[in-house]
Every structure is written in C-alpha cells, then in structure tokens.
Write a protein that binds this ligand. Structure first.
Ligand code: IFM
Length: 457
C-alpha cells in the first residue's frame, strides 16, 4: 500500500472540515498527585498485580501536566485546527463531588487559553475513563448517584472553560468503561459482572443525556455530543449460527448505544439475551438519553469478525495487523459511517480517534513509520469515500498526538505520531506527523487563491 497524494486527497474534503489530533488526561498528563489531584480508578487499578502488561502506571506518563506549553507548540506546528483532550475529573474535583480544586481547574484554563492563543480550537472530553476513586468507593458507574455527580462535574467544568471550548464530549467510549471495566475486568475498576456492566452502561448514557440538558440550561454554547467506539461487525461465514452471533455482538456494542441515543429504545434482542442482567431503568430515562446532540463522535480502529465457536482468527484475514493485533481495514470505516447515516438520523459526525500502534525505531532523530502513515492516509481516504456518498462528516482526529500510556498494555504500544522517549521526555516527530503536517499544508495552499479571489470579488 502507498499513501494517496496529499493534494488530491485534500481536495476531497470541504474547506471547513476540522482536522485534529487527540489525547486523554490519564494517558499523557502524569502528575498523578500534584497540586491537590485526587486518585482515579486508574491510579488504583495500575497497582493491581498483573493488571498492566509492563507493570507501569500513569504517575509520570508524558509529563504533559508540566510540559503542556511545548506540547501546544508541537500541535500548532502540525497545523491542525483542533486539539481533543480530556479533563481529569479527580484533578478538578478530587472526591468527585463537593469541593473543587482550583489548581486543577487553573491547569485546564491555561491549556484552553494556550490553544486559543495558538489558533487551535479546544475539543474537550469530560470522561475519558479516570473516574475519581472516591466515587468508585461508593459504587462508581453501577451506582445511580454517580449520574448526578457527573452532571454537577460537567456543569462545573463548563462554568470554568465552557465559554472558550468549541465542543464538549460527555463520555469517550462508554462500551469500554462498561464492558472492559465491569464485565471482563481488563480495565479499571476491574470488575467481573455482566449485570453490573449493563447497569454501568445505562448510567453512563443517562448521565450523558442529563449533562447535555444541564449544560444547555446554563447557557453553554459549546457543541455537545458523545464519542462511541464502533466497528462494522460481520459473521465469519454465512452459517446461521455465525450470522446470529454477529447480530448479537452488533446489538451489544453498536445498537446498545446508538438505539437509545437516537431512537430512545434499547434493542429488544439484546434485552432478551441479557434477561436478568438487563439494567434497571426509571421512567423517562430513555427520553433523557435521547436528548438531541450537536455531533456524534466515532472512534474507529478495525472491523470485527465473529464466529459462533469463537474460532475465527484475525491472522487468517490476509490483511496487515497492527502491533495491537488489530486488522488494518480502512474500508470498514466507510461501511460503518454509511450504516450510521442510513440507520440513524445522525447529526454531523467526527472521527474522533483513528490511528495505529506499530513497533517504532528512533534512528538518527527520525522514526520512519511508513505503516502508520499509510494507515492514517487510507483511513482519511475512507472518510472521503463516506463524504462522497452523502454522509455528514465534519472532522477527523488522529489518535494520538503522542506515544502514551496505552491502558492495560502500558507504554509498550505506541500510537503517537510524535515519538516520546520516556527516559528524557524528548518528543520527536515521526514521519506520520510530517506526512499529516504536509497534508494539512496543502489545504492552506488550496485556501489561499480562493481567499484572494474572495477578497477581489
Ligand atoms: O488509547 C485508546 C484511547 O484511550 C481510547 N480509544 C482507543 C485508543 C487505542 O486503544
């Protein structure tokens, strides 16, 4: 595979299309206990023996909490329009309720101002998984009270920076929080109960809807939405049992989130499958969850192929695999976006995360990450294919700006377009970052003649 030519690819996007890079607080900030920050469930989870592949934690990460100015310069140098970051809830409200931590709030204040000074639009996420441990001690997302704590937190953050951020995402990937956190136990808080996972998923969705209402009621002008991790899910064969299994997986990971958000119902087949593990709902919950959004964020990395026996092996797909073992399948992104457009009345959509981990080597100050560059280029082309077929796409963000703490995989998996030497905290632009920068520059070249034409008109 080779990368499509910059300018012909760029021509396939409207001029107001938003290009960005993304990170999250726990994965880059470090400073785990600095300036009054409280512990999060991930601080706790990292201490569990065997939970993190390299036994690492987020205490230093990319030290972004102290190096944010240089990191913003780096982002500006790439020429992106937008930077997607998350707020660490326990940094700004250490116990998850009650007292606010001024020093934590001031950090995000400075970050937002620093972005605006550099001409970059801030895209803020409220929950990228680092729930305050104090709330987990009271039951976390399985507990209905956490819904109301989240709404208060959302309002507090928006009061502080909501006048300057372009967009606010309530939750990043609620499926991951619910299922990996509460059912498989692979992620924090590391629980093993399907019923708890489904109750947590319901509370995440409910808190999203109620937060949107509360933010609008307080006059927040940022665009509001949620970010889901979604994939096309297909059967390994045309056999009836494989098809049925794929349909169920689609129900659990796609329709369980999309249906309540856009249709105000949970999928009946999944409810029946869950039986006694289905969540408890109160009157009006579904109506609140379906509160209209300004945008839908989609995180896409790969497709999913399902067989009833669980025997399908991704290594037999014939496609390249990333260092996560994920199949490189850009056409799945087009397929997914077309399906969301067809089956749901979606608002403008953004790819809020897309990227790949590959083994990198830093040699003479360069990282020649051809596979990552091609991965990004081909997925951007897949977005263009969806746009060409009428899908309302508004933006694309690379995951991730920096190599960072990849959750249960620790620091071994590198998703950054900027290499981080964790011993020195030195940042080095990989070839993928240079490609993205050049790709974005062709847009400027394209904009200039037309601006001149406009001025002359
Ligand atoms: O690093 C994560 C991110 O935090 C959420 N989406 C998937 C990425 C890669 O696994």
């Amino acid at each position: 595979m080779t990368s499509p030519d910059h300018s012909s690819l760029q021509q396939r996007f409207p001029r107001d299309f938003v290009w960005g890079v993304a990170t999250s607080a726990f994965q880059i900030e470090g400073a785990a206990a600095a300036d009054g920050k409280g512990p999060s469930i991930w601080d706790t989870f990292c201490r569990r023996s065997g939970a993190i592949a390299d036994a690492s934690d987020g205490s230093v990460a990319c030290d972004h909490y102290h190096r944010w100015r240089d990191d913003l310069d780096l982002i500006a140098d790439l020429g992106v329009d937008a930077y997607r970051f998350s707020v660490s809830w326990p940094r700004v409200q250490p116990a998850g309720q009650g007292a606010w931590n001024e020093r934590g709030l001031a950090f995000y204040d400075r970050l937002v101002d620093g972005l605006l000074e550099r001409g970059i639009r801030p895209y803020l996420t409220l929950n990228h998984w680092d729930l305050p441990q104090a709330l987990q001690d009271r039951g976390g997302w399985a507990q209905r009270d956490t819904v109301h704590r989240f709404v208060d937190y959302a309002q507090g953050v928006a009061r502080r920076v909501g006048d300057r951020v372009a967009a606010i995402t309530t939750h990043n990937e609620p499926w991951v929080v619910a299922v990996l956190g509460h059912e498989t136990g692979l992620f924090a808080p590391g629980l093993h109960s399907r019923a708890t996972a489904m109750q947590a998923a319901h509370h995440l969705l409910l808190s999203h809807g109620l937060a949107l209402q509360a933010l609008r009621a307080q006059g927040c002008r940022s665009r509001l939405g949620i970010v889901l991790n979604l994939s096309p899910i297909g059967p390994a064969t045309a056999r009836e049992d494989d098809v049925a299994q794929a349909r169920l997986e689609d129900g659990r990971s796609v329709r369980w989130y999309m249906d309540p958000l856009f249709k105000g119902t949970y999928p009946q087949d999944v409810l029946e499958h869950l039986g006694a593990d289905a969540p408890t709902l109160e009157a009006d919950d579904l109506r609140h969850i379906a509160t209209p959004m300004d945008f839908l964020g989609v995180n896409y990395y790969t497709r999913s192929v399902v067989s009833a026996s669980g025997a399908w092996d991704v290594k037999t797909s014939g496609k390249a695999l990333t260092d996560m073992g994920w199949e490189v399948y850009p056409e799945g992104l087009t397929e997914l976006l077309l399906r969301l457009h067809r089956d749901y009345r979606v608002p403008p959509m953004y790819v809020k995360e897309n990227g790949a981990a590959f083994k990198d080597s830093l040699v003479d100050g360069r990282v020649h990450d051809r596979e990552r560059t091609e991965y990004i280029a081909h997925h951007i082309a897949a977005v263009a294919d969806a746009l060409a077929q009428g899908v309302p796409m508004a933006g694309y963000m690379v995951w991730s700006l920096l190599d960072n703490f990849e959750w249960a995989s620790g620091y071994d998996k590198r998703f950054g377009i900027v290499h981080v030497d964790y011993a020195t905290q030195r940042r080095t632009l990989k070839d993928s970052a240079r490609w993205y920068r050049d790709f974005l520059r062709t847009r400027q070249a394209r904009a200039e003649p037309s601006a001149a034409a406009g001025a002359g008109a």
